[in-house]
Design a protein around this ligand. Structure first.
Ligand code: ZN
Length: 370
């Protein structure tokens, strides 16, 4: 990259009529790295509240002494901004929804939906004479990950230097929940001694559920701590009224950075969504009814804050599989969940759990679905 820039600069100096000598070393950017939560565009769905931050102000600064530049030359300086993703669809951190952002009609043509990268309050600035500092504002998209906000400096339409600020778009303070066991309970029924795990993250087909989301086991700390206590309590209560052991099957927490989880089902009506690409150009995504998979749809639309997870309706077999004959005891869950600040709802073959903060005015988390 650096080499290319250097070559580019040399080429420009050699072949263009620039009288401004300028390189990326003459630019500064602040902050050069920052963290910001993912946002959600208001147009995506009407029924999920998601925190919208005020964005991040980024400063681009000419550190070079530009006193010798004439007013006419100043008018020939332009900074163009764009946003690009700095990680990859299949990166180890697995922060991107499967399999890519999905396919739909993009401006009338069927194809892969561009990854939403967020947006800027402006994409081009012509500094005033003597203006060595410019500010732009970045708003994160709904897709977590790492992004670059790039400022390319042009002089008389020739590129002469570049600087970028790196945005880590993530739900704050998510921690990885261990795959296997929190603890063991050894107990005896008759002549049989059981060694029981508290919980297991369930598997499908020998791999963890959602092969495209191998790392979907992230929660925030308070949810994780509460889940451990809940699981311990559940198991203890279960032994009191059942003759066999039970392993809670958990899955589908959040991705390492939180944010957008899987792309879901089709809808029964066409839905058009206006988006903006990394250069500020608008495009339209049309999800055709009964054809294209939608984002922000059941069943995982809430699995993005580090406070939601799914709990199977049946026991785990200790290897991530299910024992369909051993049902989760709803009466126990119904009785104890509230003590661990959990609300839950039944979704198909599992319960959906959500940690509920005692501060009911906390704007960070959506209300539990009806
Ligand atoms: Zn769920």
């Amino acid at each position: 990259m650096k080499k290319n820039y250097l070559l580019g600069i040399l080429a420009i100096i050699a072949f263009c009529s620039c009288n401004l000598s300028f390189s990326e070393e003459d630019l500064d950017v602040s902050p050069d790295v920052f963290e910001i939560p993912p946002n959600k565009y208001a147009d995506m769905t009407s029924y999920e509240y998601y925190n919208q931050t005020d964005g991040q102000i980024i400063m681009f600064d000419f550190t070079k002494d530009l006193d010798e530049i004439s007013a006419e030359d100043w008018a020939s300086i332009k900074i163009k901004f764009n946003i690009t993703n700095a990680d990859y669809y299949n990166a180890a951190d697995n922060n991107f929804p499967y399999p890519d952002y999905g396919k739909a009609m993009i401006d009338g043509v069927y194809g892969v939906i561009p990854r939403p990268v967020g947006y800027l309050d402006k994409y081009e600035i012509i500094p005033n004479p003597g203006q060595t500092t410019v500010y732009i504002k970045y708003m994160a998209s709904d897709v977590s990950g790492i992004y670059k906000i790039i400022g390319d400096v042009y002089y008389k339409d020739n590129w002469i230097g570049s600087k970028y600020s790196k945005a880590i778009v993530a739900i704050p303070d998510l921690i990885e929940v261990p795959r296997d066991i929190w603890g063991e309970v050894v107990y005896t029924i008759g002549s049989v001694t059981w060694t029981n795990n508290y919980y297991q993250l369930w598997h499908v087909g020998g791999v963890y559920s959602y092969t495209w989301h191998q790392q979907n086991n992230y929660l925030n700390n308070v949810t994780y701590e509460s889940l451990k206590e809940f699981a311990n309590c559940y198991i203890q209560e279960y032994y009191k009224s059942h003759s066999e052991g039970f392993i809670l099957r958990l899955n589908d927490m959040s991705l390492p950075y939180g944010g957008m989880f899987s792309i879901g089902i089709t809808w029964t009506n066409d839905t058009a969504i206006e988006r903006i690409d990394g250069f500020g150009n608008p495009y339209t995504v049309l999800y055709r009814k009964d054809v294209d998979l939608r984002v922000y749809c059941p069943y995982h639309k809430f699995h993005r804050h580090g406070v939601n997870f799914d709990l199977s309706l049946v026991s785990d077999d200790g290897a991530g599989g299910q024992i369909t004959s051993m049902l989760t005891d709803f009466s126990i869950i119904d009785r104890i969940a509230i003590y661990y600040n959990f609300k839950f709802v039944r979704e198909g073959n599992h319960y959906h759990f959500k940690y509920v903060y005692r501060r009911i005015d906390d704007p960070y988390f959506p209300n539990f679905p009806d």
